[in-house]
Write a protein that binds this ligand. Structure first.
Ligand code: FES
Ligand SMILES: [Fe+2]
Length: 377
């Protein structure tokens, strides 16, 4: 029941305390055994370091002077300071306090002070985190490092090669749970919010299906009808009345007639904060008032303008709504469910199942360790 008067603010329930799907999904984390976006490549220059949080775990992601990205747990093995308060020297990250230097494996490779009689440098280490760079994004694998080689990033050939599709990368930190953002990007019932830009009008859900860890769905909708978008989208040659989307755990994507696509990559920070990385990409846009396609090399130059004029203001509307939803959720987490779009439940079921699966594996691992310990004694 929704509370009318409260003496003390209550907190939404934890994952194990949750009484229904919505409470469970809003408390769920994301399985760390996937690749998650840490930063845009261009924002991590040689010698740069960033504090990148994945679900409450702080990771120091740094780029050595050799251009290689490395990531290690963000704490000094000595006194637990955040290593991001230090600086990159060569290809190592150096703690600011006593100057211990860490390599990309998390090993202490230099202690620039007395070893108090020890003839050899003692071995200290913090865990390292696998990294890779692709699609203009630095990725981290916050789960079991041994799993990293078995888990692939989504293939996006349109963003690679000598003539990639013009794209708009745009990201923002949102004060909202990751599941709210997933609900938002594939639930077109919120066209009202975007009545100024009209990116998807009159959407009708045609169907949806959960296949493994992916929810696929299709809408009949009018894409890109807004005043500005409408000028650039070639409605004669692109079927902008139909859109395919998917929540391909833990990512989300859309595809309009193989011509206009996007991926959304999320990094969950905690229950009320998520970092988003969107990449929108276009195979053909037209010169306004003609049906002539704009060549890619010109389009690429026009992308920052489109980003400023349409994509950013559009996402700012979502941001406002999502942050307001998060606040509403924290006040009224026990209000009755009132959801009309059935895909929302399908997304939430996947998120819950994946998080529960991760927690179960952790418990099994813990038990196995314990029983090994017991048999060793
Ligand atoms: S606390 Fe980091 S070197 Fe001492
Ligand atoms: Fe939206």
């Amino acid at each position: 029941m929704s509370r009318i008067y409260t003496e003390e603010p209550k907190r939404p329930p934890s994952f194990t305390e949750a009484k229904n799907t919505r409470q469970r999904v809003r408390a769920a984390g994301m399985d760390p055994n996937y690749w998650y976006p840490a930063a845009w490549s261009k924002d991590l220059e040689n010698g740069g370091v960033k504090d990148v949080v994945f679900w409450k775990r702080s990771i120091a992601v740094f780029r050595g002077e050799d251009g290689q990205v490395r990531a290690i747990e963000n704490r000094c093995a000595h006194r637990q300071l955040k290593l991001t308060t230090g600086a990159v020297e060569g290809c190592n990250l150096v703690c600011p306090y006593h100057g211990w230097a860490y390599d990309g494996e998390g090993k202490v490779v230099d202690i620039p002070h007395s070893l108090f009689g020890k003839t050899k440098m003692p071995k200290f280490k913090v865990p390292s985190v696998p990294t890779q760079e692709r699609y203009g994004v630095v990725w981290i694998f916050p789960g079991d490092p041994e799993e990293a080689a078995n888990v692939a990033l989504p293939e996006v050939p349109e963003l690679e090669g000598s003539d990639p599709w013009p794209s708009i990368p745009v990201g923002m930190k949102m004060n909202a749970h990751h599941s709210m953002i997933i609900d938002n990007v594939s639930d077109f019932s919120h066209a009202y919010l975007h009545r100024r830009f009209r990116p998807f009008d009159e959407a009708e859900l045609l169907g949806f299906e959960t296949k493994g860890d992916t929810v696929e769905l299709e809408y009949d909708t009018k894409v890109g009808r807004g005043r500005f978008n409408g000028l650039f989208v070639d409605h004669k040659n692109i079927n902008t009345n139909h859109m395919k989307l998917a929540y391909e755990y833990p990512y989300q994507r859309s595809n309009t007639d193989e011509q206009i696509k996007h991926w959304l990559f999320l990094r969950p920070i905690d229950e009320r904060t998520t970092e988003t990385f969107f990449i929108f990409y276009f195979s053909s846009l037209k010169v306004p008032f003609t049906s002539r396609a704009i060549p890619n090399r010109i389009l690429r130059r026009a992308m920052p303008i489109a980003k400023r004029l349409t994509v950013q203001p559009l996402l700012a509307e979502d941001l406002d709504a999502l942050e307001a939803e998060q606040e509403g959720w924290e006040r009224h987490f026990d209000a009755p469910l009132a959801e009309l779009n059935p895909v929302v439940k399908a997304f939430q079921d996947v998120t819950i199942r994946k998080w529960q699966g991760f927690l179960d594996r952790q418990t099994t691992k813990g038990l196995t360790k314990k029983s090994r310990g017991a048999s060793a004694t």
